[in-house]
Design a protein around this ligand. Structure first.
Ligand code: GAL
Length: 983
């Protein structure tokens, strides 16, 4: 067998019979979409239905029909498979298992009347994983490279009527070895299929070079046939090959995507041009566009839709772009393959910087110790080069594309040198990016994924350690230090999080070396499913019966699968806002962080709120101020006046920068940035009551368990728990150190797996013992206890001291660690509690919460920039964030007070002294942890209210560094207090 020629699907060759790669463009030449319903049959092996597939005589009337474009695994055939790094087949390149689901497709079509007699080209925009194509019984050829187009010349073969197109698509091919991206494996003809009429003697391929310097633009359009370029707005009328300098043009940038529409006319065809003048260069170790440094505030975007997989329609692409622009995102890395070409047209138009990434990833070779890694093996050279060629040729005319990325996580190898040579030769106008070769020889940018804040800071100073295998001060080391740095992935947005976005941004904005960063990632790759009751939910890898699988790791986006923005996206928007508004020394300081825009497109408005109630507002006239500079103006007099006048409420000034006019992506008034400052002097916190320990005899729990009363409050004499205040029945507080682990608490495998450590020592199963209920003669009730898990000595000793104060019941909580927290049984686990809190069970009739503090969205210690200080109101149901996999959510830091209300119940007010974290939900943390899907969570009949000293931060350790120490709760003494009042 070894010597016989390989079948196409296993042959490393990228294709045969295809036309040369060329630019993607829109023209007035006739075009016939072949999208629609095709005949389809799925077989178990690469032979498909056998040799009769292309023949006109095959009776396919009994076959299924399928939508094209689509993935067959999302159209009722076979199943999608999700792996992160693992190949779903043996590492035995270039071979594939015999079990190789293969889709045979057939379409009969006629040409529309008037279809020109000249050349015709059949184009596939994307076929996963490979395609063999026949027209009217003739083999046209083969192609691999799932996210790249291929074309066949069908001139003379295609006929007016009754054409029979046949395509065989193997799920696994040699190409799959180059497509091991962390995503669902989704086979099929998933992008458009079209027939193009190509005018005789016309242009097939052309290159637009539109550069910008010092106000002037230079335009050069070259083509493979003579043509004529017109840009009416600029008065340009030139032949192809003729360089034209226009003394005054507006440059293109993501911030101001100025396109000049024009035409390229050649024999029989007029091609649309969307020209953006811009020059990308690296000068002095910085990335400059149009002579100015730029900072990408980016996201990594996979193409994903919960029903259609990577088969996206235009409306969905626009939705993505609108959501990005509305959240201050200005850049996209097309992780990890070139997107549908329409997406790039839209990026040109709406304005997004694009790092266009090649469809190359060989990550699974990690399990072979990188032995045989394709970029290092000559056998794969042509296949890899083919992918780079098809990306660059297709996308070269987009002003939005400013960086070419050679691929993702594919180790090192000489093929990257070949790719580099090819791109530099074809397109010297854009820098190259490749992150995984530690020499960075083929990259113009230094780049990493998921560094810690400290490491990023060192990189900013060009003081990083050389990567493994690179000698300090070697030529590679020296060269790399001189490169600009692009953070290609950070802030893993899996589940609740990511934390530290503002911390990362502060560093990114502090060093000239940085040209930006891309959050991992844009959208959760959940696939729609229905449970037995018909309820829609989102499936992850673990929901599919296939091994290996990457389980929940595909749910790591800033959008939920249905494109609902997560709290993480709100936080990102705030962290990367292009305008910073602060109050310093009695002045409003507005820092313009745009790279190009002045502030002229923004309006500014202010309001003053006392205890969350608006008492004054107005418009702020901010003098225009160029990019990357600041302006200062006096506080509005009316705001200063409003802040006086004495009151015990807090007085806050909020200033917002909003779009002055409607744009293509947001209405006028859309908030771009916001700053808040407190105007009054915070009053000193009330003195903490001092408790003299052991002042009086215990009266419980030995005391027989009778109820104790303190004003309207009634306590269980045995447990010390509060069971009633006036008419309100309740139960609590219970000392609570637990939260339903977030994905980031779970870490990545054994790395940073805090939740596993917490569970190992039992933080999830504290048992409580009331050691004393005391009634000293100072008017207090003191409940002492000890909480800790079975089998351990570790825990906390707690003291809850109650007294009547100002019409309410004041509670002071003290918690002191006891026992062995350096758990020797588990080899010195140093655990920290995820929460320091007190939990109350309240009647289920409570339905609404109003609070003064940060909100309205959820907030945590390291993720609270987006939550403003103010008065907020939400129903308890709306306080829950429905993460696809249930986990801790809905916390609110820095809460001054909250009020719970519900029909027929007294309003319960809680005042923190001074601040609390709170969560309120209809289920416990334990139920939240046990649930697999949001709809597993059912109303327990009670409202569970946590009134906490705090929770630890969120971080992004599901793929990334450990949570910084400063966001953890140390094992130490804690005290906090609050007052409960009924209205
Ligand atoms: C990166 C990789 C991404 C994704 C991410 C974790 O290493 O490039 O594709 O796997 O980690 O979600």
């Amino acid at each position: 067998m070894a010597d016989s020629p390989l079948p196409f699907h296993e042959d490393p060759a990228p294709g045969s019979g295809r036309r040369p790669a060329r630019a993607e463009f829109v023209s007035d030449a006739p075009r016939l979409s072949l999208n629609g319903r095709w005949r389809f049959r799925l077989s178990g092996t690469a032979d498909g239905t056998g040799p009769s597939l292309p023949g006109p005589d095959l009776d396919d009337s009994g076959w299924d029909t399928i939508r094209v474009p689509a993935h067959w695994v999302l159209e009722g055939h076979d199943r999608p498979i999700y792996t992160n790094t693992a190949y779903p087949f043996p590492i035995d390149p270039p071979y594939l298992p015999d079990e190789n689901p293969t889709g045979d497709y057939r379409l009969r079509f006629d040409l529309p009347p008037g279809w020109p007699a000249g050349r015709s080209v059949l184009r596939f925009q994307g076929v996963d994983s490979c395609g063999t194509v026949w027209l009217n019984g003739e083999l046209l050829g083969h192609s691999k490279g799932s996210r790249l187009p291929f074309e066949f010349d069908v001139t003379g073969l295609v006929r007016p009527r009754d054409n029979q197109l046949a395509v065989r698509v193997q799920r696994w091919s040699s190409g799959s070895y180059l497509e091991d991206q962390d995503m669902w494996w989704l086979p099929g003809i998933f992008r458009d299929v079209e027939l193009l009429s190509r005018p005789e003697g016309g242009i097939d391929d052309f290159t637009v070079r539109a550069s910008y310097r010092d106000g002037a633009g230079t335009l050069l359009v070259t083509a493979d046939a003579p043509g004529h370029v017109e840009v009416p707005e600029l008065g340009v009328a030139a032949a192809t090959g003729e360089r034209v300098t226009i003394p005054r043009v507006e440059p293109w940038s993501a911030e101001n995507p100025r396109l000049y529409r024009g035409t390229l006319t050649a024999a029989g065809e007029t091609i649309e041009l969307a020209i953006g003048f811009r020059t990308v260069e690296i000068v002095g170790g910085r990335l400059l566009v149009n002579g100015a440094p730029v900072l990408f505030r980016g996201v990594n975007r996979h193409e994903h839709d919960p029903d259609r997989g990577r088969s996206l329609d235009r409306a969905t692409m626009i939705r993505d772009i609108e959501l990005m622009k509305r959240h201050n995102v200005n850049a996209v890395r097309t992780a990890h393959y070139p997107p549908h070409p329409e997406f790039l047209r839209l990026c040109d138009e709406y304005g997004l910087w694009v790092v266009d990434e090649c469809d190359i990833e060989t990550h699974g070779f990690i399990y072979a110790g990188w032995d045989g890694n394709p970029p290092a093996e000559p056998m794969w050279r042509e296949a890899l080069l083919d992918r780079a060629r098809r990306m660059v040729e297709r996308d070269k005319n987009h002003p939005s594309v400013v960086v070419w990325s050679l691929g993702n996580e594919s180790g090192a190898g000489s093929a990257f040198g070949d790719i580099e040579d090819y791109i530099r030769h074809r397109d010297p106008t854009r820098p190259l990016h490749y992150e995984r070769d530690p020499s960075y020889r083929h990259s113009d940018l230094h780049s990493l994924m998921y560094p810690s804040l400290d490491d990023l800071e060192r990189i900013g100073r060009r003081a990083e350690e050389p990567p493994e295998g690179i000698e300090p001060d070697s030529p590679d080391d020296v060269r790399r230090r001189g490169l600009p740095f692009l953070l290609c992935e950070y802030a893993h947005a899996m589940g609740n999080g990511p934390g530290s976005l503002a911390d990362y941004q502060a560093i990114l904005e502090s060093y000239e070396r940085f040209c930006g960063a891309f959050v991992w990632e844009w959208i959760d790759h959940g696939l729609a499913g229905r449970d037995a009751l018909g309820r829609r939910y989102y499936r992850h890898g673990g929901d599919i019966d296939h091994q290996p699988n990457g389980e929940r790791f595909c749910l790591d986006g800033l959008l939920f699968p249905d494109r609902t923005p997560s709290p993480g996206l709100a936080e990102l928007r705030k962290a990367i806002e292009p305008v910073r508004i602060a109050v310093e020394g009695g002045e409003v300081v507005v820092l313009n962080k745009y790279d190009f825009l002045s502030l002229a497109h923004l309006g500014f408005r202010w309001c003053v709120e006392r205890d969350g109630v608006r008492i004054a507002s107005g418009v702020l006239t901010v003098p225009d101020c160029p990019a990357r500079s600041a302006t200062r103006l006096p506080l509005p007099q009316a705001a200063t006046d409003a802040s006086g006048g004495g009151s015990d409420g807090e007085t806050w000034l909020t200033v917002e920068a909003v779009l002055a006019e409607v744009t293509g992506w947001a209405p006028a008034g859309h908030v771009i940035a916001c700053g808040q400052t407190r105007l009054d002097q915070p009053a000193p916190p009330p003195p903490t009551p001092v408790i003299e320990p052991g002042a009086t005899p215990a009266i419980g729990p030995e005391g027989g368990g009778e109820e104790l009363r303190l004003g309207p409050a009634v306590f269980d004499g045995r447990t010390g728990r509060l069971i009633r205040i006036g008419e309100l029945e309740l139960d609590g507080p219970v000392f609570d150190v637990w939260r339903a682990p977030t994905e980031n608490d779970r870490g990545q495998g054994p790395r940073n797996a805090l939740a596993a450590d917490w569970e190992a020592v039992g933080l999830d199963r504290f048992l409580h013992r009331c050691t004393a209920v005391e009634r000293p003669d100072d008017g207090t009730i003191v409940v002492r206890g000890r909480s800790g898990p079975a089998t351990r000595t570790l825990g906390f000793r707690t003291t809850f001291t109650y007294r009547l104060r100002g019409g309410g019941l004041h509670l002071l909580i003290e918690a002191d660690p006891v026992g062995d927290w350096h758990d020797t049984a588990y080899g010195h686990l140093d655990v920290n509690p995820p929460r320091m809190g007190a939990r109350f069970a309240l009647p289920g009739g409570y339905s609404e919460v109003t609070w003064f503090g940060r909100g309205p969205g959820e907030s945590y210690a390291d993720s609270r920039a987006a939550a403003r200080v103010g008065r907020h109101a939400r129903s308890i149901d709306a306080l829950q964030t429905p993460y696809v996999v249930p986990q801790e959510n809905g916390n609110h830091v820095e809460t001054r007070w909250l009020e719970l209300s519900g029909a027929g119940l007294p309003t319960l007010r809680v005042d923190g002294e001074p601040l609390l974290d709170f969560t309120a939900r209809r289920w416990t943390s334990e139920a939240l942890q046990a649930a697999r899907r949001p709809h597993d969570l059912t109303d327990s009949g009670r409202v569970w209210l946590n009134l906490d000293h705090g929770q630890q931060g969120i971080g992004s350790a599901s793929c990334g560094p450990a949570l910084p120490e400063r966001y953890r709760l140390a094992v130490r003494r804690y005290t906090w207090s609050l007052t409960l009042t009924l209205h």
